[in-house]
Design a protein around this ligand. Structure first.
Ligand code: ADP
Length: 165
C-alpha cells in the first residue's frame, strides 16, 4: 500500500544547511513522515563522506520526530517504490533551480507516473544559501554561522583542517 503521508526529501546535503532544515521542518508540518534521503552522489565527489552527511542531517533534525534520515544510491523513483512513498520533495530557491528541477521531476514522472514531485520554495532568509557557497566561504575563513548549525560548523572546520594537511 502506498503511503500518502510519507514524503521523501532527496539531496546530497554536503553539508545540510539552514535552507535544507527549513524545508524539512515545513514538510514535517504537512506530512506524518519525512524521509531525508542522502544521495551517495559519488559523481559529484562530495566534500563530506556519505556517513558524515547522514550524521549531520540526523543531528540537525533530531528534534523533529517525523523525520528519519537514510542513504541511497539508486534511482530516486526506485527508492520511492521501495519505501512505498508517492511523493518526492524538492526545494526551490531561484529561477536557476527551476530548469533542472522541472527536468528531473519530468523524467522521474515519465519513468514512474505513480510518483509525484512537489516543491517548497525557500524562505526569503534562506533563498541564497547553498552548501557549495557555505563550503567555499568557510574555506577562506568566512563566518558561516548564519547558514549552518553549530555542529555542522564544527564538522566543516575539522574537515577543512584535515584536507589542508
Ligand atoms: P542536490 O545535489 O540533489 O541538488 P542538495 O543537497 O544541493 O542536493 O539540495 C537538495 C534539495 O534542497 C534541492 O531540491 C535543492 O534545490 C534544495 N535546497 C538547497 N538549498 C536550499 C535552500 N537554501 N532553501 C531551499 N531549498 C534548498
Amino acid at each position: 500500500m502506498m503511503n500518502k503521508n510519507k514524503i521523501i526529501y532527496p539531496g546530497t546535503f554536503d553539508p545540510i544547511t539552514y535552507g535544507h532544515s527549513n524545508i524539512i521542518s515545513r514538510a514535517a508540518n504537512l506530512f506524518d513522515e519525512v524521509v531525508v534521503a542522502v544521495a551517495e552522489s559519488s559523481k559529484k565527489q562530495p566534500f563530506f563522506s556519505l556517513e558524515q552527511r547522514i550524521n549531520l542531517a540526523q543531528e540537525v533534525t533530531k528534534n523533529i520526530p517525523q523525520v528519519s534520515v537514510i542513504k541511497f544510491d539508486c534511482m530516486l523513483v526506485d527508492l520511492a517504490h521501495q519505501l512505498n512513498a508517492k511523493i518526492i520533495l524538492r526545494g526551490l530557491r531561484a529561477v536557476s533551480d527551476f530548469e533542472y528541477e522541472v527536468q528531473l521531476s519530468g523524467m522521474n514522472h515519465q519513468i514512474a507516473p505513480d510518483i509525484e514531485t512537489i516543491f517548497i520554495s525557500a524562505s526569503q532568509e534562506h533563498a541564497f544559501v547553498s552548501s557549495s557557497l557555505v563550503r567555499e566561504m568557510a574555506s577562506i575563513g568566512g563566518d558561516v554561522s548564519q547558514f549552518i548549525d553549530p555542529k555542522v560548523q564544527i564538522a566543516l572546520k575539522q574537515e577543512l583542517l584535515k584536507k589542508k594537511c
